[in-house]
Design a protein around this ligand. Structure first.
Ligand code: ATP
Length: 211
């Protein structure tokens, strides 16, 4: 989309955050919101919000704020909220099982369609409405799927990622501790919960008053 390519990456990363908050406002029947209100709710300074929103073609009016309906329309289009993105989950361990139970569609249009594991005791199970298939069936089954959530042990993350890429998947949300190498055409977002927690504790200790 032409408009989307003009949005800086840092701004694009905040889109889902804005979208979630504005959606809630809309559900409460609110029609407008000030940058100050937004800033307090999403914890992004109001100058950044004003700059971000100018990329969305939304110009806040003094004393009026932003039009919630307009912004929501823009976010829906930009985030492809009118289309559901099908996701597969690989590795139905503790974390993977929790994700299968989590209702992602509450806030966005992504849906875990299927899950894979190597442990035969888990094959054929339905968890949170999602069927678990054997990893050897992955190549045959990953047809209508655009993205993958990876929750296998780190030791097998790279070979599994290579198989995923060969299936034509272009997005991987990597929850394993391993850094995976994929072609440039594949986007990987890495979320290592242990590192995030460690980093939180570090900042709590060393920057107790910093925002
Ligand atoms: P659990 O207690 O169920 O083992 P866990 O999250 O501690 O959970 P991990 O060792 O991290 O377990 O493995 C996560 C999941 O990945 C497990 O269900 C495991 O069977 C699965 N798994 C391991 N190797 C593979 C593989 N090569 N392909 C697919 N799934 C795999």
């Amino acid at each position: 989309m032409a408009a989307q390519s003009k949005i800086p990456q840092a701004t694009a990363k905040r889109l889902p955050l804005y979208y979630r908050f504005l959606n809630n406002l809309h559900l409460q029947g609110k029609t407008r919101v000030s940058s100050k209100e937004l800033s307090e709710a999403v914890k992004v300074d109001s100058a950044t919000i004003r700059r971000d929103f100018s990329y969305f073609g939304a110009l806040g009016k003094k004393g009026y704020g932003y039009n919630v309906e307009y912004l929501l329309g823009f976010f829906r289009k930009t985030l492809d909220q009118d289309e559901t993105t099908n996701v597969a989950l690989i590795g139905v361990g503790n974390l993977g099982t929790a994700f299968l139970h989590y209702n992602f569609t509450k806030n966005n249009n992504t849906k875990i369609e299927m899950a894979f594991d190597a442990d035969t005791s888990k094959i054929g199970e339905t968890i949170g409405g999602v069927t678990v298939y054997h990893i050897d069936e992955m190549e045959d089954r990953l047809k209508n799927v655009q993205a993958v959530i990876l929750t296998v042990p780190g030791s097998v993350a790279q070979p599994i990622a290579e198989r995923i890429v060969k299936c034509g998947i272009t997005g991987i949300l990597n929850f394993t501790p391993a850094r995976i190498t994929v072609p440039d055409s594949v986007r990987v977002h890495h979320i290592d919960l242990a590192v995030e927690l460690q980093s939180l504790v570090y900042f709590m200790k060393h920057y107790p008053n910093a925002l």
